[in-house]
Design a binder for this molecule. Structure first.
Ligand SMILES: Nc1ncnc2c1ncn2[C@@H]1O[C@H](COP(=O)(O)OP(=O)(O)OP(=O)(O)O)[C@@H](O)[C@H]1O
Ligand SMILES: [Mg+2]
Length: 261
C-alpha cells in the first residue's frame, strides 16, 4: 500500500509553488522529505492533506482522496503541522484527546495517556499546554496525532503519520525517541512521511528520502543514493561532504568550513 501523488501543481494566491510532483511513500517505511527552506515541503504535505489549492491526484491506499469522506481520511491519517497555535487554555490531556476524537470511533479511552508516555510526557496530563516549553508542546502535538491513528494497521489497511518537522525543536535525546517511535510505527505496518531538516537523522532512520527543490522533486530513493556530495551540494547551495562512521558504517554529513586565504 502506498501514498502517491500524481502531477501535483499547488498554488498559493496567484503563485504556483509546486510544479508537478510525483511522489510515492510506502507503508512499512519512513519516507523523509528534505530540501531547503521555502522549497515547498510543507506545501506538498498540505496538498496531500487538501489544505492548499492544487491540481493532480493524491492516492491513499489505492483510493483517490478527493473521493474520500472527511471522516474516512481522518481515520486513515494523522497530520502534524509545522507549527500549531492554540487560542484557549487547554490542558495537555485535552489537546491529546482531540486526536482520539478526530480519529476512528470506538478507540480505547486509555490511548491518550499511552500516547503521552510514548512521547516522554508521562505526568504532564494536567499541565496547561501554553505553559509547556517549545519542545514539550511539539511532543504533545505529536501525541495528539498518534492518538488519531494509534493502531498502524486497521482491517488490513495501513494508517499514515504525516509529520512536518516532528523533531525540529527537540533535543538530541528526544529526537531519537521520536525517530524510534516513527520507526516502530512503520515496522508495525504503518506509513510515515516526515519533513526533515536533519539529514543525518534522515540517513539513519529513513527508508526512503525525497529532495524537494524549488517546487520540484530533485531526486528520491534510499538514503545511500540521496546522501551524495553532488546532490546535496546542489540542493542546498553549499559545499557538504559525506563521511562514513567507522564502526556503524553510517553515512553522515559535515559542512565544509570556508577556507581562509
Ligand atoms: N501563506 C503563504 N502565502 C504566500 N506564500 C507562501 C505561503 N506559504 C508558503 N508560501 C511560499 O511557498 C513557498 C514554499 O513554502 P513551504 O512552506 O512549502 O516551504 P518549506 O519547504 O516547507 O520551507 P521550510 O523548510 O522553511 O519550512 C515559499 O516560497 C513560501 O514563501
Ligand atoms: Mg515547512
Amino acid at each position: 500500500m502506498t501514498l502517491t501523488t500524481r502531477n501535483i501543481h499547488a498554488r498559493i494566491g496567484k503563485k504556483e509553488i509546486l510544479h508537478g510532483i510525483d511522489f510515492t511513500a510506502r507503508a512499512g517505511e519512513i519516507t523523509a522529505i528534505v530540501g531547503p527552506n521555502g522549497s515547498g515541503k510543507s506545501t506538498l504535505l498540505k496538498a496531500i492533506t487538501d489544505e492548499v489549492d492544487f491540481t493532480g491526484e493524491v492516492i491513499l491506499n489505492g483510493r483517490n482522496t478527493a473521493k474520500m469522506k472527511p471522516w474516512e481520511l481522518a481515520a486513515m491519517r494523522g497530520v502534524l503541522p509545522q507549527s500549531t497555535t492554540l487560542a484557549f487554555p487547554f490542558t495537555v490531556i485535552e489537546v491529546v484527546r482531540m486526536g482520539l476524537m478526530a480519529g476512528a470511533s470506538g478507540e480505547r479511552a486509555d490511548i491518550p495517556s499511552r500516547a503521552l508516555a510514548a512521547v516522554g510526557l508521562d505526568g504532564y496530563s494536567g499541565r496547561f499546554y501554553q505553559e509547556l516549553s517549545g519542545g514539550e508542546q511539539q511532543r504533545a502535538q505529536l501525541a495528539r496525532v498518534l492518538c488519531q491513528v494509534w493502531h498502524p494497521v486497521v482491517d488490513g489497511a495501513p494508517r499514515w503519520l504525516l509529520l512536518d518537522e516532528p523533531v525540529a525543536s527537540l533535543d538530541i535525546g528526544h529526537q531519537l525517541l521520536v525517530m524510534r517511535l516513527m520507526k516502530d510505527y512503520a515496522s508495525r505496518g504503518g506509513g510515515v512521511v516526515a519533513v526533515m531538516h536533519d539529514l543525518n537523522l534522515s540517513a539513519m532512520f529513513a527508508d526512503q528520502m525525497a529532495i524537494i527543490m524549488s517546487g520540484t522533486l530533485l531526486t528520491s530513493g534510499p538514503p545511500d543514493t540521496v546522501i551524495q556530495n553532488d546532490i546535496l551540494s546542489k540542493a542546498y547551495g553549499c559545499s557538504l561532504t559525506v563521511n562514513t562512521a567507522p564502526e556503524e558504517g553510517q553515512s553522515f554529513l559535515l559542512p565544509h568550513l570556508a577556507m581562509h586565504n
